[in-house]
Design a protein around this ligand. Sequence first.
Ligand code: HAM
Length: 536
Amino acid sequence: MIKAVRGTRDLLPPETALWNFVEAAARDVFRAYNFQEIRTPIFEETQLFARSVGEETDIVAKEMYTWYDGGENPAILFERAWRSEHERDYDQLKPGDRFTPRLGIDFVGYKNTEVTLIEVKFSAGERIREAANQLLRSRDNWLAVYPTSENPRLVLAIPASQLPQASRLVPPSIEVQPVEVPSDYEPRQSLTLRPENTAGVVRAYIEHKLWERGLQKLYYIGPQFRRERPQKGRYRQFYQIGAEVIGPPSAGSESPARDTEVLEMLATFLDRLGITDWTLELNSVGCPNDRAVFNEALQKALEPVVAKMCADCQRRAVNNPLRVFDCKVPADQPIIDKLPRISQFLDEGCRKHFTEVREILKAVGIPFALNDRLVRGLDYYTRTAFEFTHGALGAQNAILGGGRYDGLSESLGGPQAPGIGFAIGEDRLVMSLKESADAVARKPDVYIAPLGEGMNREAARLARELRRHDLVAELGDESFRLKKSLETASKMGARYALIIGENEVKANAFALKNLETGEQVSVPRSELVRKIQGNG
Ligand code: HAM
């Protein structure tokens, strides 16, 4: 039997009614704050997530569903060129070592048995600098693992036509290998199922020049994909209800009033769903200025202790020390608790912004708890960062998370466009509402039971009439015995059963049985709607 893939699941009735209820409430509440819906594609270019969420984050480094789509593998193109120019070197590579899947590196070879690593990346256009950085990072990692090995040879293969550009973008420690690119060459694209939706929204903002329309308040509802270890409240395909406020600074996008409006909207939304025992955890993660000073302090503090930490933290300490705070390894926690906090490094502007956010929250009566360990697992955040947690959810207790991302648009090649947003984990939200599933699902108002040959026709006519009046009607079949029809009707929770036999049709009045009380009355056709609606 073929089953749903691990980490994915089917959402079935009656639970789907709860999903609809939650989504309808979100649309309704967001509307009152003047948000409008945006729908972006479920897959995007891989680079979009690498450049926004960040290469060192767990999401990008470990959890994305990525594949190559169409076109030709640039590594194969390179290999052809390499083969023709370096026939001898090429033959000395151990065959099994070609194309080893090291992150971002297209070609890895070991010359003979001695460890002379040749790492090659193929790149073109504006990506050349990025590719060069990837090569350098890869070499650092290699030397960290094999400190006694020779310095690996780094080669960046680029189209011959871009040679002049390369000299500016590629440091001298990387060899440049020009490759003749056939005129009909169509590069393959690396694509990724979206692990989150902020990157896609900001891409769309830039692509469609949405800044020309002033401040954008956009929301989305849809599936996201992360290859995490599935457990309660954690899936590989999960759903988010999210929103983003983004626009030019002149439209007020940077104001703390935007932050508090979003937070207040979330509190209103959760209240509307009857979720009351939430905690809003709040922090400011500062801006790039603060981050540079903080990173330095963090690196210094990590130096004497990092050797005792997990392998991930050792890597993070070098590449992106802030990510050490994402560590979940219990043994590392006492060490992390003693590290400096970003809150100690906020500059004047960030401090003022954060104070104002807290003051407005107090003024509108939204309670919050400061948590200066909260750095969020995505790199784009600046200033305000927050999570709402919910006690009943267990280990995966973050029901939603979000924050500011003031430099994100620029880092994706767009204009200055400060923004703030959030995403609610809809799976977790629904989980915390589960008891209400029955109350939310709409049961049939009436089960129509045709009795005997020719009665399906009459039943269909009546059902059509009743449904026009917004009654939920379920239809039986003329071949069913009355007993079976009544049992089916009760089982599905219908309020009434309507019996349609030859006599009833002749009299134009039908037997209507209240399935709760068992009372049965004959109701003329013209009064059926009123009676079933409960006004009769
Ligand atoms: P995030 O914290 O990565 O933020 O995800 C937001 C929420 O999605 C989490 O709090 C959680 O409820 C839910 N979630 C995440 N991963 C899973 C999973 N594997 N299974 C079930 N639920 C999950 C973001 O995604 C940002 N884009 C939020 C944002 C919008 N920041 C600014 N704008």
